[in-house]
Design a protein around this ligand. Structure first.
Ligand SMILES: Nc1ncnc2c1ncn2[C@@H]1O[C@H](COP(=O)(O)OP(=O)(O)OP(=O)(O)O)[C@@H](O)[C@H]1O
Length: 376
């Protein structure tokens, strides 16, 4: 079992409160990713779970037992850091075996466990080598092996792939996902990398300034962000925001004027919206060239051609930077005005307090449509 419950956890360093009341339930076998801007408290929260830092107030409960006063080694947790800290003079075998040697495990049992772990991580051909002879990805796998071999209830990962190059990160991402599947263990993973978060997580926890901003499945956060912060944080390039004025609100949605044009966005209406300035959010990948319910001209300042798509950075009338991700090799160029557009159904709306008006999008339908598109 590896169930975790955080109850109103806070943490202050001196006068500065960095974790401001986090309550969270993580189920046995879940892969949960903590994301958020630098300094929002991701690593601190992980260290509190591990027992490397004490919570100032609140409870940490593992499998029903409060562990606040338990030393890290007695919590049934293993933590893998960004820097893998292997023992350079020991072989891969001895590095992985190290925690078992500390436990004084009998030799035959120890060997069997190390070999089984090495097999999962495809290190079985490397057991007699020293870390110096391994690539960055292989070293990180040894560090993970050292964590797995103790069969912890919960794995904590603090940006374990951030020292690796892009190709290795992609390989390790796939390996970690497979490993999670094979071990069926609870994993909590801190990252800056959106792709890691979106692809590996069962659920993502978005932290902002020591608070939980939203918890949800990756596609839930993408399609139904509850506030402007999450909307801007999940997705790359980030969501565009434009000012919009509400002119009507009815059972079919909320009507706004944006860029001098009027559309009805299919979101749940609320009282008191009419006449208010709202924020309209539209993702770069939902911008089209020359068509859409709302159309306007932008002057591209930078055009990035990635082959599969073209990313256009421009200044829109709202004066905020504006970006569009157009499919393939789009016919746009720097300093040449282009008409772009987007559709009402793809829009998000946020009220004056930056809270989202709930979208009428059926997530199940989206998932099915995406799967169908992928297998086509
Ligand atoms: N030991 C400490 N003493 C004082 N302040 C600390 C300590 N550890 C962390 N902090 C502060 O707590 C805040 C949260 O830090 P934390 O490392 O948890 O953020 P993070 O979200 O993991 O950031 P990053 O993504 O940059 O690693 C920061 O403002 C940091 O300066």
């Amino acid at each position: 079992m590896g169930q975790l419950h955080l109850n109103k956890v806070t943490k202050s360093f001196g006068d500065i409160k960095v974790i401001k009341g986090v309550t969270l339930d993580i189920q046995d076998g879940e892969f949960v990713v903590f994301v958020g801007p630098s300094g929002c408290g991701k690593s601190t929260l992980l260290r509190i779970i591990a027992g490397l830092d004490d919570a100032t107030t609140g409870d940490i409960v593992i499998d029903g037992a409060k562990v606040n006063d338990l030393a890290p080694v007695n919590r049934g947790i293993a933590m893998v850091f960004q820097s893998y800290a292997l023992y350079p003079h020991m072989t891969v075998f001895e590095n992985i075996a190290f925690p078992l040697r500390v436990e004084k495990m009998p030799e035959a049992e120890l060997t069997a466990k190390v070999e089984a772990v090495a097999k999962v991580l495809q290190l079985d051909q490397r057991l007699q080598q020293k870390p110096g002879a391994l690539s960055g990805g292989q070293r990180q796998r040894v560090a993970i092996g050292r964590a797995i071999v103790r069969e912890p209830k919960i794995f904590l990962f603090d940006e374990p792939l951030s020292n690796l190059d892009a190709a290795l990160r992609a390989d390790m991402r796939i390996e970690l996902t497979k490993m999670h599947h094979d071990l069926a263990a609870t994993m909590i993973y801190v990252t800056h990398d959106q792709i890691e978060a979106m692809t590996m997580a069962d659920r993502i926890v978005v932290l902002n300034g020591g608070f939980v901003s939203q918890v949800g499945k990756p596609l839930e956060l993408y399609h139904k962000p509850q506030n402007k912060f999450v909307a801007g944080f999940i997705g790359n390039p980030k969501m565009n925001f434009l000012p919009a004025t509400c002119t009507a609100a009815g059972p079919d949605g909320v009507t706004v004027t944006c860029e001098g044009q009027t559309i009805m966005v299919p979101v749940e209406p609320r009282n008191g919206l009419i006449g208010k300035t709202l924020t309209l959010g539209i993702r770069p990948e939902h911008i089209h060239l020359g068509k859409g319910d709302i159309r306007f001209d932008v002057v591209p300042t930078v055009v990035e051609r990635l082959g599969v798509n073209t990313i256009v950075y421009a200044t829109a009338t709202g004066a905020e930077p504006f970006s569009a991700m157009l499919p393939g090799a789009a016919n746009v160029s720097v300093d040449t005005p282009s008409t772009i557009g987007f559709n009402a159904a793809d829009c998000h709306l946020f009220d004056g307090a930056d809270q989202a008006l709930e979208r009428r999008t059926d997530l199940h339908e989206i998932d099915m449509a995406q799967l169908a598109a992928q297998s086509a």
